[in-house]
Design a protein around this ligand. Structure first.
Ligand code: SF4
Length: 296
């Protein structure tokens, strides 16, 4: 595993996807697909039930769920998503990381899951699952993070990758009555009241620049401001990589990384705080809980 990689293995019960926002423009999964699987278009979303039983359980691992797709894509039936979570529930020694750009549908799925199974509260949320959304810019942070915070989860994270603009972690949550401020790293929010209330918060921020042909520039200042917000809130921060553009020797302009290498240092050091790497104790699943998760 490279230092820049936050997962050990990927598990893809779904393949294929369609673009939803600016962060998808140079989709890595699509470029890999177009290179190796030209017979099927990447946009064809396919379910692979045969992969549900193919989880290696010899050693605890960090498993990136659907690295080549989006588990909450509109073409993935809720029943199939439940089957995927059932596998995660039956493999408590692994840490599963579910990252989506379809935060609204993720939120809708969990409402459906709760309403369609009276025993839902017995097993959800799962201790060994991290739910995350991509927020490549402020608009996506404002749109997706509120859905994530309103979705039941033991651990929540945001991936600011590819970072396409400055991202302020005090977001504006829009409602029918107007917008209110929410500090997503601390949980403090001002719901039309002068005093803050404490709600759900993010447990990790991942940040990275874009790689490959046509990669867009991530400015040094954007990364520093994001890192500083995390430091002030004591939120773990993982800086994955600079990408195609890196700061020059004086940190004054961004230059192509071809001469220098992509690099991961920010202000002279790496930022590698990944909470799931610190996890030591596997979570035990009870037989009762396992039974309740079976999909009919
Ligand atoms: S959501 Fe992810 S997998 Fe799907 S097109 Fe966008 S970047 Fe690619």
């Amino acid at each position: 595993m490279k230092d820049s990689q936050w997962w050990d293995v990927s598990w893809n019960p779904v393949t294929g996807c369609t673009k939803v926002s600016a962060g998808c423009e140079h989709c890595y999964a699509k470029s890999m697909h177009d290179r190796f699987f030209q017979s099927t278009p990447f946009e064809k979303v396919e379910l692979h039930p045969e992969r549900l039983s193919k989880i290696d359980s010899t050693k605890p691992k960090v498993v990136f769920v659907d690295s080549a797709s989006d588990l909450f894509h509109e073409k993935v039936p809720f029943e199939f998503i439940t089957e995927c979570f059932s596998v995660m529930q039956r493999n408590p020694f692994h840490t599963f990381v579910v990252l989506t750009k379809r935060a609204k549908r993720m939120h809708e799925y969990f409402i459906w899951a709760r309403e369609s199974n009276p025993e839902w509260h017995l097993f959800y949320p799962l201790e060994n699952v991290w739910l995350g959304v991509t927020a490549e810019n402020q608009d996506m942070a404002d749109e997706r993070i509120p859905y994530l915070l309103n979705t039941p989860a033991k651990h929540r994270f945001v991936s600011v990758e590819p970072m396409l603009g400055t991202v302020n972690m005090e977001i504006a949550v829009r409602t029918d009555r107007g917008a209110y401020a929410y500090e997503v790293l601390t949980g403090k929010h001002w719901l039309f009241a002068p005093k803050p209330t404490i709600g759900n918060k993010l447990d990790l921020v991942i940040c990275g620049g874009e790689t490959g042909k046509g990669a867009r520039v991530m400015q040094l200042d954007w990364v520093r401001r994001l890192r500083d917000q995390c430091a002030a809130a004591h939120t773990p921060f993982f800086f994955k990589q600079w990408g195609e553009w890196v700061p020059d020797m004086n940190d004054s302009v961004m230059v192509r990384s071809r001469a220098t290498g992509i690099g991961r240092k920010l202000d002279g050091r790496e930022w590698n705080d990944l909470p799931w790497r610190k996890k030591a104790e596997p979570v035990k699943a009870s037989a009762e809980v396992q039974l309740s998760l079976e999909v009919k």
